[in-house]
Design a binder for this molecule. Sequence first.
Ligand SMILES: [Zn+2]
Length: 282
Amino acid sequence: MTLRLPEGKRLAVSLSPDFDAHSVWIGTFRTSSQMSLSRGEFGAEVGAPRLLETFERYGITTTWCIPTHTMQTFPGAVAAVAEAGHEIAAHGVYHEYVPKLELEEERRLMELQLRMHEELIGRRPRGYRSPALDITDHTLDILHEFGIEWDSSLMGRDFYPYHPRMVTSIDLELGNQFGAPSPVLEFPVSWGLDDFPELEMLKGNATQQANEVVLQRWKDAFDFAYQRCPGGMMTLTLHPQTIGRSHNLLMLEKFIEYVLGHDGVWFPTISEAADTWAGSAA
Ligand SMILES: [Zn+2]
């Protein structure tokens, strides 16, 4: 099933930042080294303002997935995102690694982050992206229970939203079983369309990918989606601390200009795209 895009539009493109700042280092990489924290600080103090300027210049309004830890630590930078008219979605409390959470703790952190969204930015989010893009068997049920309409963490499709099914049993000899489709609408992501793993120096990954290689892959993915997946959405996951670095931002701007060279491209927030979903849960 496809999105019902506005008249004359062929493909939606979501350039959606995960504004992790310090939290990805604390929550995912389990480090509080001053060097790591300063990389997150760069995202808040330099990367996010640069990205906002780029989006404004090209007339793009998008969805920023923001841990409440970032809202607490860098309130001015988050306020600037909201003031620029972007959507803010949930992205955990402290970039917690969701698959390791006990059910009770997962539910507590969900309740806490939604309450803090209301307290800190005055709005309850409509969508969620899990920190580090992984969930438990219970996450989609918890999202539905708390009234979250969409998720953007899974990789079971590429350019069309879908209603994901959890794998409910794994049998090496008889094959696996799926549960029923979730009412939560999934906007799929992929590691190949994410700036962080290839453009950041991480342990065991001392060499960053060349910008030309990354840009070519983004263009190839866009070409495929544009030509073969009408009514779909290409979602690119960006991180202000990564894409905000000079050479990476120039690459993003080249990609935006390439996309804008095609007729019928729409840059919605993810909730705007969800509002056009014409599919069923089948
Ligand atoms: Zn993140």
